[in-house]
Design a protein around this ligand. Structure first.
Ligand SMILES: C[S@@+](CC[C@H](N)C(=O)[O-])C[C@H]1O[C@@H](n2cnc3c(N)ncnc32)[C@H](O)[C@@H]1O
Length: 180
């Protein structure tokens, strides 16, 4: 059974947690990572690692001295990526994005998220975005992928500079690139 097919089955089984039936595609992986800094000693977080497809692309773009902290609520997905990606720059955190500040007390050079905001309460979603805003360095980006553009306003309320991009594929994705 192919890796993508197995991932699809696991995403579907956990639909109310993943918010998706399939892993995001290559176009999304490339676009969402466009603001990942390549400089030395960057600190980056990812929310919603899933089976690690975006995680791998972030690692591809980071320098050898940088660090990636990847948050994922599903313990099976954490174990899967822990087996699949052996990279000392990656720390997997089996916890929700809402607990960012309990794990990281450094300023961030970038944040990448694919967590399903449409399934969160307004309060939970806004708190996650605000927490990232609080710890991002100036000029650093929070980039989010979603299947809808309906959550864009939540990001615009917190970040001054937000760009909305449509990815032409099936399904259609929207990427929000946000900075202060
Ligand atoms: C749409 S999937 C994206 C997975 C993968 N990054 C991709 O691009 O296909 C969303 C992922 O977020 C995880 N997730 C859901 N709520 C979360 C939260 N509060 N914090 C961290 N991860 C969460 C789900 O378990 C799932 O793996």
């Amino acid at each position: 059974m192919g890796e993508k097919f197995k991932t699809g089955l696991k995403f579907t089984k956990n639909f109310f947690e993943t918010g998706a039936f399939v892993e995001t595609n290559r176009k999304v992986e490339l676009e969402i990572c466009n603001h990942i800094p390549a400089h030395e000693n960057a600190v980056i977080v990812e929310f919603g690692m899933g089976h690690g497809n975006i995680t791998q692309e972030i690692l591809n773009r980071m320098s050898s001295t940088s660090k990636l902290y990847a948050f994922e609520v599903n313990p099976d997905f954490c174990a899967h990526v822990g087996q699949k990606i052996k990279d000392e720059r990656l720390t997997i955190i089996n916890d929700g994005a809402e607990n960012l500040k309990e794990h990281i007390n450094e300023k961030l050079d970038g944040a990448i998220s694919s967590i399903p905001f449409s399934f969160f309460s307004k309060e939970k979603g806004s708190a996650i975005i605000q927490n990232v805003h609080d710890v991002l360095k100036e000029e650093a980006y929070l980039s989010q992928v979603l299947l809808t553009k309906f959550n864009f306003k939540k990001f615009q309320k917190i970040f001054d500079d937000c760009q909305l991009l449509k990815i032409q594929s099936f399904p259609t994705y929207y990427i929000y690139h946000c900075k202060m």
